[in-house]
Design a binder for this molecule. Sequence first.
Ligand SMILES: NC(=O)C1=CN([C@@H]2O[C@H](COP(=O)(O)OP(=O)(O)OC[C@H]3O[C@@H](n4cnc5c(N)ncnc54)[C@H](OP(=O)(O)O)[C@@H]3O)[C@@H](O)[C@H]2O)C=CC1
Ligand SMILES: O=C1O[C@H](COP(=O)(O)O)[C@@H](O)[C@H](O)[C@H]1O
Length: 472
Amino acid sequence: MASNTQQPVVFVLFGAAGDLSRRKVLPAWISMHQRGLLPERWRLIGSGMNERSNEEYRGIVEESLTEHGDGLPLDWDDVVERIEFVGGGFTEDNPGGLVDAVARAKEDLGDEAVLVHYLAIPPEAFDNVTRALAANDLTEGTRVVFEKPYGTSLDSFEELDALVKTAFSEEQVFRIDHFLGKEAVQNLYVMRFANELFGGVWHRDHVAQVQIDVPEELDVAQRAEFYDATGAALDMLVTHLFQVAAQVAMEPPEDLRDPESVIAAREEALSHFRALDPAEVVLGQYDGYRDIDGVAPDSDQDTFVAARLWVDTDRWRDVPFLLRTGKRMAASAQQVTLVLRSPRGPLMREVDRPNSLSFSLKGSGELTIHTTVKTPGPEMSLTPAQTELELGEVGDGGWLAPYASLLHDVLTGDRTLFTSAAGLRHAFTAFAPLQSNARPTPQPYEPGSWGPAEAASLAEAGDRGRRWFLGQ
Ligand SMILES: NC(=O)C1=CN([C@@H]2O[C@H](COP(=O)(O)OP(=O)(O)OC[C@H]3O[C@@H](n4cnc5c(N)ncnc54)[C@H](OP(=O)(O)O)[C@@H]3O)[C@@H](O)[C@H]2O)C=CC1
Ligand SMILES: O=C1O[C@H](COP(=O)(O)O)[C@@H](O)[C@H](O)[C@H]1O
């Protein structure tokens, strides 16, 4: 479904006043407009449960751009006229004013206008909105973007997917996982496949462990209801951290420029994720979480998860993938680290810290390489050293925020960085033990800490001397 980027677009944003829309989607859309990545003619229709006037909603967009984007575009007076809001929800039986609003926008832009639906709503609402789109004839020729998590368990994923298939063909569906749109995540495979320095060691013979670590200082007060129904493991582990792990673990695709080939390679890796062993998972809940408005007073929801994942392929057999994320932690970072094995040979006893390649996924990304070098001077003594490469400061390209990059792909029809149903089925299968009776009880942890103490030993167990790379 490739398309010409000048085809006018009607962008219908469900959950248009929610946290995701305000912090990410609206700033991304307007930044695309500013960068000339949108067609000249477009309309944005926000949809929500609550009633809001166009003026109120435009005020929300303005605030979103000021607080989370690059400020208002120079042509704001023109842009603001293209934005409207339709409240009161959107269901099979009661489409509210949305169908009319879409018809007006299409009339305005012409018949060739493409309709893109973006579901920035809680996952439990995906099926109702899908049904409503079908019942109200808003599916044909459109594209639909589903936020993550696409399903909340293996069973609900299957139900949702079966429903979505009745309403849309696969090429209309874009299941987004915005971590795949991060520059540095894309750079993981470019660095690996374009550099023998990295590609040559990307193997169990050289890598002792892989860490994917996303601690967040952020709390959840702005979206307590959503979060308390979701939790860290569903919000982050089975989604972003699994996708990034698959990106690290995948075998070389046949053709890196062919979307199907890249998706197949990433999802083949997912199919080799061993089902999580609850004994190798630590869940946590920060002290004070239950006092937040919107959180159940007896909630046992996890706000932290650390897991040891195994990827059963020849390349990764017996190499632990340590995954960790949580809210209200000591620091905010997004880091993928390949910790290499200790060197053999004459200096093996003198090297304190093995080599590591550490990719920061924030912004345009950064690579840090830890090495051991000779201390300058007459003595033969060794010193740990590190070197950094800012991945955004090379060449003359311009960094795109992940949501802008992925929305651009939706408009051009490039599916490389989107997930397929088959891939998500593998992810939910490996995740299922955490949704069974064997789910570990969340352990309390201090806000501003690195999570429950048990998580530290998860990194050490069975692999003496290994630690979480961050926070040690
Ligand atoms: N927030 C984030 O950082 C990220 C969120 N996501 C995903 O985005 C989605 C939305 O999350 P988030 O924005 O944080 O959640 P919020 O709770 O902040 O916002 C959800 C919005 O959806 C609307 N809504 C609520 N219930 C329904 C329903 N039953 N049917 C239709 N619309 C409904 C609400 O509209 P109204 O205000 O009018 O009541 C609300 O504004 C989730 O799937 C989440 O996983 C993905 C990546 C990052
Ligand atoms: O999907 C989500 O991601 C954010 C972190 O992503 P970032 O791009 O803002 O760094 C996380 O805070 C949120 O809980 C989750 O829903």
